[in-house]
Design a protein around this ligand. Sequence first.
Ligand SMILES: [Fe+2]
Ligand SMILES: [Fe+2]
Length: 192
Amino acid sequence: MTNLASHQTASLNTAAIASFAGDIPGLAGDLRSDHAGEAGAVAIYIGILAVCRDPEIRQFATAHLATEREHLAHMEALLQPAQRSLLLPIWRVAGWLTGALPALVSSRAVYATIDAVETFVDQHYEDQVRKLPSDGPGGVLRSLLVACQADEVHHRDEARGARPGSDGILLRSWQWLVEAGSALAVSAARRI
Ligand SMILES: [Fe+2]
Ligand SMILES: [Fe+2]
């Protein structure tokens, strides 16, 4: 993972989070949405790999899947099962479809989808990073989120660089739908 030593996050667990959660408004909901989002991200790449035979896309999805699994493992360390979203099965199915559907259409559609998802996720992490302190246990969490965010930006840039030219109206409408769906999922996962 980009810019993150494992010793930095070793101290980050549910007890450490509980020690400062009261100081950061909405932290529990934010983390629940991060965990749900990373579970959805893993499912996106599993969905792509389930239907796509294009070696270039498979390589792209396999590399990203490994990173998303790492992100998910970090989020799992921060939330006890009872604190996670009750809607996880829905996020997994939605993620799988978000990967598999464009993969049935074209490689360009896959790249456009990842571009849209990661553009959203970059902003999602940015909003949280701004709320966290730069030192103490909150600072360690901040470093973790910054490192995840850097990976997501890298994913976005890869997806962007892989499809020169501009997307058609259909693909742009799909991207809009993906971003709107992600926003809806985040706001639901914050609560449920
Ligand atoms: Fe991720
Ligand atoms: Fe990502």
